[in-house]
Design a protein. Structure first.
Length: 390
């Protein structure tokens, strides 16, 4: 334990224990830091809809424009009145990295920028980020034009990424990423003179690992849990795989747990493919689905350190994941833990699932989850916070 210090945790959206990966991870981190003797205050750009009795909550006065003078004055005054020692910016992957910086805010608080995504964010798989335009000749011409212009757009996107990372490292006191792999990625894109500011701390386990888990509770279910968005999650790939598997494995089902702007498109694709035994469950507590599912599927273009993989392992689900983000091998180090499939190889993904669905179910090895236990994560955070900006 250390002497009481005050921490302001910021994210664009209200931080809760149930909504969204970053929000949920931030809430769990807040609880962890309270147990280590810190006092926590939440700040968001968008207003809180529900009162939280665990933590003080504030929202910025100008929700339409983060960089307004009103928001800067409010944040500086809040830090002064609440004697804030540390600002943890959970939105450092977004433009809030420019707001929560010593270049923009006049504060003595130590600014810790937290990047909750992969550093490259799919830029090393740039063509996979380009959505199809349709099947008409005009649409196909537009797709060709996008592909032809892709190298220039990729160059500009990487240039923008370098600018943001250099600013982040220059005007933050410390920067936390999710994996040692992402420290290497940062250094490949930025000057190494600020390398001492970089720390790798993964997210906490979301659920406690059940002491006993009967294989008898498992059903023939493939499960997806997460946001339904196109650019990163690409659940449409999983629907293409299920189209091939469903006629062969008639005793299996696919459950989609989550919601988002791409849900309507996915439901249309499901109808076009004449998919059977597929269930769109919307946003729900995923725990009951983990308990009964045998396999969890991720077909994302990019991830940071997806909580769904560790959640799946905790409940005995076998994760099958594209090797499309640099922390993937850290999360799934061997075939006893899960399956990594070469990025975007749908044929191999289908073959991998087909093999697992034919085999007798065996609980995956979850030894890797020791890396995400509270005592490990607490020690890492105390190392970051113990000396402030010294």
């Amino acid at each position: 334990m250390i002497a009481m210090k005050n921490i302001l945790i910021y994210f664009d959206y209200p931080i809760t224990s149930i909504q969204g990966g970053t929000e949920q991870a931030s809430f769990l981190l807040a609880r962890l830091l309270v147990r280590q003797g810190f006092r926590i205050i939440f700040l968001s750009l968008h207003p809180f809809k529900e009162k939280n009795n665990e933590f003080l909550q504030y929202s910025l006065p100008d929700s339409e424009y983060l960089f307004s003078r009103r928001n800067a004055d409010f944040t500086e005054k809040l830090c002064d009145e609440q004697n804030i020692n540390f600002i943890l910016n959970e939105g450092a992957a977004s433009d809030s990295s420019f707001f929560f910086s010593h270049a923009h805010l006049n504060t003595k608080a130590t600014i810790v920028s937290i990047i909750n995504f992969s550093i490259w964010e799919g830029l090393d798989h740039f063509l996979s980020l380009i959505p199809p335009s349709g099947n008409t000749w005009l649409a196909k011409l537009k797709t060709v034009a996008r592909v032809v212009s892709a190298p220039w757009k990729k160059y500009m996107a990487i240039r923008k990424k370098k600018t943001k990372l250099n600013h982040l490292l220059e005007y933050s006191d410390k920067v936390v990423v999710l994996s040692q792999k992402y420290i290497q990625d940062c250094l490949s894109l930025t000057s190494t003179r600020n390398a001492h500011k970089l720390y790798a701390i993964p997210n906490l386990l979301t659920f406690q690992i059940p002491e006993s888990l009967s294989s008898g509770t498992k059903q023939n279910i493939l499960l997806y849990v997460g946001r339904l968005s196109y650019a990163d999650k690409r659940v449409d790939r999983l629907l293409s795989v299920w189209k091939k598997l469903q006629p062969v494995h008639t005793d299996w089902s696919l459950y989609i747990v989550g919601d988002g702007e791409y849900r309507e498109n996915l439901e249309k694709i499901s109808e076009e493919y004449h998919l059977k035994r597929i269930f769109f469950m919307g946003h729900q507590n995923p725990e009951p689905f983990y308990k009964k599912s045998k396999i969890v599927c991720l077909t994302s273009t990019h991830e940071g350190m997806p909580m769904v993989v560790n959640e799946a392992l905790a409940y005995g689900c076998i994760p099958v994941v594209f090797d499309s983000f640099h922390a993937a091998k850290e999360m799934i180090p061997n075939t006893e833990t899960g399956r990594l499939v070469p990025a975007f190889n749908l044929k191999q993904y289908t073959k991998t699932l087909d093999g697992l669905m034919k085999e007798r179910y065996r609980r995956p090895n979850f030894k890797v989850l020791d890396n995400y236990k509270e005592e490990i994560i607490a020690r890492k955070w105390l190392h970051v916070l113990k000396n402030g900006n010294e």
